[in-house]
Ligand binder design. Sequence first.
Ligand code: ZN
Length: 110
Amino acid sequence: MQSIAQLEKDRAGVINSLPDWSKIVRGSMRKYYGTCGNKGCRCHKDKKHKHGPYWYVAAQFGVGKQKVYLISKKHIKEAKAGMKAYNELWDKLCKISTINLEILKAKKHG
Ligand SMILES: [Zn+2]
C-alpha cells in the first residue's frame, strides 16, 4: 500500500497539472450543411451544393435538455481546446478523488 505522504505527493502533482479551466467548454462539436432562404439557389436543388459546413456545439443540460451554439470557423480551434480542457479537468478531478479515498482508507488503517 502507498504511504499517505506518497499519495499526497501524487495529489499535488495532479493539482499542479490541471488545465486552464477558465476556457472549458462542455459539449460535443458537430457540423452540418444547410439550405439558405433563397429558393432559386442551387443549394435547394442538389445536396452537394448545400452551404457549409457550419459548426456547432451541442451542450446537454440535465435530462433531455440541449442547447446548440453555432461556432464561427475562426473559433473552432478555441472551442475544441475548451472541450479538451474539460475532459482533462474531469479526468483529473476523478484522479484527485481516488487519491483522497486512498488517503482516507490509509488513515483508517494507520
Ligand atoms: Zn443557398
